[in-house]
Design a protein around this ligand. Structure first.
Ligand code: AMP
Ligand code: MG
Length: 442
């Protein structure tokens, strides 16, 4: 059965000639779910120090309390707060019977009129509940000449300054033993790596890296480093896409350039399908080329060609070759990027099995548009913009130069994409628009 075609047929009101981005997202989501080329792969056990950016394959519950013991939040003197004070009593003398350092706990008993010297993080003996910080216990005021206290000497603690439990960290106050700390599908970042370490795990079970094979098509393309021949251009899309994929934590398999010939393309696609979970090609998807690409892809797999109601962008191919998903993107360098960000990126995140894509969700910002922008209703337009934050905390944005879909420098000069939604018409100056800050996306 041709999975993709039947899914597309089930979707009502679908027009492959002018498909809104939202509809394409929905259809891609269903296709990924139906094909799931990657979800069934076995998870891997890797060293914690290599787990940054990886997706957790299993839930993690805590085998221990964190912290493991009651301990002190300050350097000072640990004592037991008396239940009641005598009338008029505000302080009490405690004899110092020991010291507790981080990693070297005091193991002896402590009576009600005794205290120990304690350091931050050091174990608080079970009899004691309160820590008076060092600076709150002025040693010299009690007749000691030296300002360090030896064992057997006493300190006077001003009890009215404290409440039982002050400066005590309770065992398990961070994490209770047996509690669920991580759920499968979470992406591991710096804090999660530290937290896993604090549970005592040296290894983690993660999903395998999503393997993405990448190639460019076009007879005009040369590799950077070569001498440019007449009529040729350097292949830039492969490098842009590689960066975008690396940012998502994919394993990139760079297959180079395929010539505009059916045989070359076929060989490339078959090789990519053998090696990767996902294939991303750029170029050769527009009307002139699409026919032979289409025939060829139908022969070795299955493919749907859509024209997305967007600018820049438009052509998009979604396919399956063997058990690999295929995304065919336009050739124009800016079109490649916005097509990737708006349609391929969400699909890859879905495939990676990320439970919450909070690590990746595009954080949109509302900005005041400083100038009018011409916009045709019935397609989503992505303009490159330069954003500013005012003293009052309001973002504003203006266009950043030439907006042609081949002008890659606009993606470097600009710092955001201005996203003009499908239904919207012309934008007047001072209207509010949505922007995608690029800093965390590209
Ligand atoms: P195509 O979609 O193949 O018709 O390409 C559209 C435009 O994008 C043409 O001007 C191509 O030269 C250009 N183009 C296609 N692929 C690349 C690439 N990998 N790097 C830079 N430009 C490209
Ligand atoms: Mg081409």
């Amino acid at each position: 059965m041709k999975t993709l075609q039947s899914l597309a047929q089930n979707m009502k009101g679908l027009n492959p000639q002018t498909m809104p981005i939202g509809q394409a997202n929905l259809l891609i989501e269903q296709c990924v779910k139906a094909l799931d080329p990657y979800a069934s792969k076995e998870s891997q056990r890797i060293k914690l120090e290599e787990a940054f950016g990886r997706t957790l394959a299993i839930d993690i519950t805590s085998p221990i309390q964190v912290p493991a013991h009651n301990n002190s939040a300050m350097d000072g003197f640990a004592f037991r707060m008396p239940q009641t004070l005598k009338p008029g009593q505000t302080s009490m003398r405690f004899k110092m019977v020991g010291e507790s350092f981080a990693g070297k706990p005091f193991l002896g008993p402590v009576a009600f009129d005794e205290c120990i010297k304690i350091m931050t993080g050091a174990v608080l003996p079970p009899e004691l509940d309160t820590v008076a910080p060092q600076e709150a216990v002025p040693l010299e005021s009690f007749g000691q000449v030296q300002n360090t206290l030896s064992l057997g000497q006493s300190v006077e603690i001003e009890l009215t300054r404290f409440t039982a439990g002050d400066n005590r960290r309770l065992a398990g106050e961070d994490i209770q033993q047996g509690s669920l700390v991580f759920e499968a599908g979470e992406r591991l970042h710096a804090a999660s790596m530290g937290l896993i370490a604090s549970l005592g795990f040296s290894h983690v079970q993660v999903k395998p890296l999503l393997k993405v094979a990448l190639f460019s098509t076009g007879d005009e393309l040369q590799k950077p480093g070569e001498t440019l021949k007449p009529g040729m251009i350097f292949d830039s899309n492969r490098y842009t896409l590689k960066g975008l994929l690396q940012g998502l934590g994919c394993e990139v398999i760079d297959l180079g350039v395929a010539a505009d010939q059916p045989q070359a393309l076929k060989q490339m696609l078959l090789q990519a399908a053998r090696l990767a979970d996902v294939i991303i090609a750029s170029g050769g998807m527009s009307d002139g080329d699409a026919d032979h690409t289409k025939d060829l892809m139908q022969e070795i797999g299955e493919v749907l060609f859509w024209k997305i109601a967007m600018r820049p962008g438009r052509p998009l191919a979604l396919g399956r070759i063997g058990s690999s998903m295929l995304f065919g993107l336009p050739g124009n360098p800016v079109a490649v990027m916005v097509t990737f960000l708006s349609m391929v990126r969400p699909a890859l995140l879905q495939m990676m099995g990320l439970k919450h894509d909070k690590a990746f969700a595009i954080s949109t910002v509302n900005a005041i548009c400083e100038e009018p922008i011409r916009k045709i209703s019935g397609r989503t337009e992505f303009q490159r913009g330069k954003s500013r934050l005012s003293d009052t905390g309001q973002w504003s944005v203006r266009l950043s130069g030439n907006q042609g879909s081949g002008i890659l420098s606009s993606m470097v000069q600009g710092d955001c994409l201005i996203v003009l939604e499908h239904e919207r018409g012309d934008i007047r100056a001072n209207e509010s628009v949505t922007i995608w800050p690029l800093a965390h996306l590209i």
